[in-house]
Design a protein around this ligand. Structure first.
Ligand SMILES: [Fe+2]
Ligand SMILES: [Fe+2]
Length: 363
């Protein structure tokens, strides 16, 4: 850990990167009072990370030994899923900002936790709003918490089949060949195979593992299912999965900015994704989380101060620069109450832009 006031030199930067810390919060005059939205508490993140790491290790061992996932790993997954469900349920009325899960190590583990947090948040809102469909085709609104913990187990384990995909394919820095794609895509059915023999894993959790790459319009894999043929849990997982994949650094490309990934999801309602899930995503996930530097449609620039559910695209912005690029005394503006004023880009960086230097001094 670094002390407050320490200058982040290149060697510190390299050290942070080695620990998979790819971004830091800057706490200074400009960001004073701007609080990151935390989806999960540090404690839960830590416990979930350990549980995922242990489960992955157990599964790797069982793959080579030809045994199955041990009962206590299943039990720990269940407990972690329930813990995340209760935290997510406590935050059901806040907007979701999902840029804070960077402390799990290894892409698949970090990704599994991020997908679980987002998937459960979306799942809770989707089931409260649209219900879930039972075996007789009836929409129901009962037993949602119970269903959520099953969904949580599915999300935690959705990519478990990647443990059976050769590492040189998983970590290949360039584009995959056709054969390599086939091997990669097999992680869905391989995952089902791994969990088939594991005691205590619900078939609904396995549906997430099997079908999270299916697409609403029937162009996904492994079974080209479409629409409601795809289990609702997998339709929820699919949105969370793609959003997290797009906003993470990969071997073959850099992370896309959050608002671009957000736009990607929203524009693919009804093609890649279930329109109901996208509707829930659109109204609850912040395209510009607190702290994002933004340019407004009148040319002024500032930082997102606060995002509220149902107005996620129209946050409260702390304006610090006018349209001519001059520093001004900061003031806050609520875009949801400012007709005609919108965010046009997230390209404003007050800490590196030359024009921002006088502001840093001014605060
Ligand atoms: Fe996957
Ligand atoms: Fe995934």
């Amino acid at each position: 850990m670094l002390r407050a006031g320490i200058r982040v030199s290149d060697s510190y930067r390299q050290a942070l990167l080695r620990y998979n810390i790819t971004s830091v919060w800057i706490d200074d005059g400009l960001s004073d009072g701007i609080e990151p939205l935390e989806v999960l508490s540090e404690n839960t993140k830590r416990r979930a990370t350990t549980a995922i790491r242990d489960a992955f290790r157990d599964v790797s061992r069982s793959l080579s030994a030809g045994t199955t996932m041990p009962v206590d790993a299943v039990q720990e997954m269940t407990e972690v899923a329930e813990l995340i469900v209760s935290e997510v349920a406590g935050n059901v009325h806040s907007a979701l900002a999902l840029n804070d899960l960077a402390n799990a190590d290894g892409y698949t583990m970090k990704h599994s936790l991020a997908v679980t947090a987002l998937g459960l948040s979306l799942g809770l809102r989707a089931m409260r709003r649209f219900g879930w469909v039972d075996a007789h085709g009836e929409r129901r609104f009962d037993g949602i918490e119970q269903r959520l913990s099953t969904l949580g187990i599915g999300l935690l384990l959705h990519d478990i089949g990647k443990l059976a995909v050769p590492a040189e394919i998983l970590q290949k820095p360039g584009p995959l060949t056709d054969d390599e794609w086939l091997a990669m895509r097999a992680h869905t059915t391989l995952g089902v195979g791994i969990l088939q023999r594991a005691e205590g894993i619900s078939p609904l959790a396995r549906a997430v593992v099997r079908s999270h790459h299916e697409r609403w319009d029937g162009t996904g894999y492994p079974s080209r299912q479409a629409g409601a043929q795809i289990h609702q849990f997998a339709r929820i997982a699919s949105v969370a999965d793609v959003f997290d994949a797009l906003t993470s650094d990969r071997h073959y490309r850099r992370a896309r900015p959050i608002h671009e990934a957000w736009q990607h999801i929203v524009s693919r309602a009804g093609t890649d994704f279930d329109p109901e899930v996208v509707e829930v995503f659109r109204s609850s996930v912040a395209p510009y989380p607190p702290g994002t530097g933004v340019v407004l449609s009148d040319g002024a620039c500032g930082l997102v101060k606060e995002v509220r559910q149902d107005f996620v695209s129209l946050p409260i912005v702390r304006v610090i620069m006018d349209s001519s690029g001059a520093a001004i005394p900061p003031f806050e503006i609520d875009l949801s109450r400012s007709p005609g004023l919108t965010i046009v880009s997230a390209d404003f960086d007050p800490w590196t832009s030359a024009a921002a230097n006088p502001i840093a001094v001014a605060t």
